[in-house]
Design a binder for this molecule. Structure first.
Ligand SMILES: NC(=O)c1ccc[n+]([C@@H]2O[C@H](COP(=O)([O-])OP(=O)(O)OC[C@H]3O[C@@H](n4cnc5c(N)ncnc54)[C@H](O)[C@@H]3O)[C@@H](O)[C@H]2O)c1
Length: 360
């Protein structure tokens, strides 16, 4: 078992990563004396892990809410269902909301916890690789609006995060791959050595070897925790974690959140951003080929669809939270492991990188 501390003064917390931790009482999900819990999960994950998680709480009043499964349900309506449930069970301020599932449940449940009675405790029990390496740590919560991804939300840190890698045994291959996109992202922007490690270990990762998975999750979270500790509310360096995301959010919005998984859209977006970096001579040529090869080795798509019109993508990017004072705020690369915030890319350059990322 490994623990990683996210240092945020009075909001600091511990992320615990290990194997076979659900089902037994665990310090990571200990509640205050007499505290009650509401577990929020979805129709896919609950039949697999809800009972084990419930068994982990001793002497606690535990209620549950099961939502439908999918990014298309990360909306105001399903956020309201969580709030309604809290009201129905007459939840008081000392309740702990526990999210059991992937990034969708974590984001939606976390935002309900941020809002109910102006903020209650919440614990993340992420079960998808993407949520384990990225979404469950850092306190970003929210839901999608038809006009834009994650347009509504708040920063609300969990009180702890419990990652049991056993849950990855049931994660579909496509979702596992989507999680690898966020792992490659964090390596690409700030950890060149980790990028080399991913290249050398890609077979063991795809075989989901437990020791390799623990190392991979740990290193991803250590990187993320360092960034979040320096810039909790994304006024600077945390923006690096948005590498590929402006393009990804536009693509997800353009395709109604149904064609691509979030991680798949991020993989495509990272390659567009890397091509833009190359075309603007900000990094040496060859980096997009290298990243493309690595992403493909994890089964990820890397091409912008040929019916995605650059003008449409640019229009959607303007609605994204990353546009400031009219200029696109993109994360580009100077080299492997060296991301930076760029505000100098113009429409023509971005459109050229999108076109260069479409299949010929
Ligand atoms: N808050 C953040 O910092 C942050 C960071 C990155 C992504 N996100 C958000 O996370 C979401 C994507 O997360 P995701 O990829 O986990 O999507 P998801 O929550 O939809 O999970 C993917 C699929 O895997 C299933 N699943 C999860 N765990 C499983 C398991 N152990 N066994 C079997 N099936 C399992 C889910 O039910 C779902 O069908 C997006 O909404 C994205 O915006 C948030």
């Amino acid at each position: 078992m490994q623990t990683i501390r996210v240092e945020l003064a009075e909001r600091s917390y511990t992320v615990t990563v290990g194997s076979g931790m659900l089902g037994a009482a665990n310090a990571a999900i200990t509640l205050p004396a007499g505290g009650a819990a509401l577990i929020v999960s979805n129709e896919t994950v609950a039949p697999l892990y809800l009972q084990a998680l419930k068994d982990s709480f001793a002497n606690t009043q535990v209620d549950t809410l099961i939502l439908p499964d999918g990014e298309q349900f990360k909306t105001l309506e399903y956020w309201s269902r969580i709030i309604d449930k809290l009201v129905d069970i007459r939840a008081t301020r000392d309740i702990t909301l526990v999210t059991l599932g992937g990034g969708v449940i974590g984001d939606l449940g976390g935002f309900a916890a941020a809002c109910y009675m102006r903020g209650i405790r919440f614990i993340q029990v992420p079960t998808s690789l993407l949520a384990q390496v990225d979404a469950s740590v850092g306190g970003k919560t929210g839901f999608n609006h038809t006009q834009g991804k994650n347009l509504v939300g708040a920063f609300h840190q969990p009180v702890s995060v419990l990652i049991d890698i056993e849950t990855l045994k049931t994660l579909p291959e496509r979702d596992f791959s989507a999680g690898m996109a966020e792992v490659v992202k964090i390596a690409a922007v700030r950890d060149a050595e980790f990028l080399n490690w991913l290249e050398s270990n890609n077979k063991a990762i795809n075989a989901r070897e437990p020791e390799v998975l623990i190392s991979l999750i740990r290193r991803s979270i250590v990187n993320k925790a360092e960034v979040v500790a320096r810039d909790e509310r994304e006024s600077g360096v945390r923006a690096l974690l948005n590498f590929g995301h402006s393009f990804a959010h536009a693509l997800e919005s353009l395709t109604g959140y149904t064609k691509y998984l979030h991680g798949e859209a991020v993989a495509i977006g990272m390659l567009v951003a890397t091509r833009l970096s190359e075309q603007r001579n900000l990094c040496a040529p060859g980096l997009s080929d290298r990243l493309g090869k690595l992403l493909r080795s994890f089964g990820l798509p890397v091409d912008m669809p040929d019916d995605a019109l650059p003008d449409e993508i640019l229009e959607l990017m303007k609605l994204d939270k990353k546009v400031i004072a009219g200029s696109y705020r993109l994360i580009l690369l100077n080299a492997a492991g060296q991301g930076f915030i760029d505000s100098n890319s113009n429409n023509k350059q971005i459109a050229a990188a999108i076109v260069a990322s479409q299949p010929r």
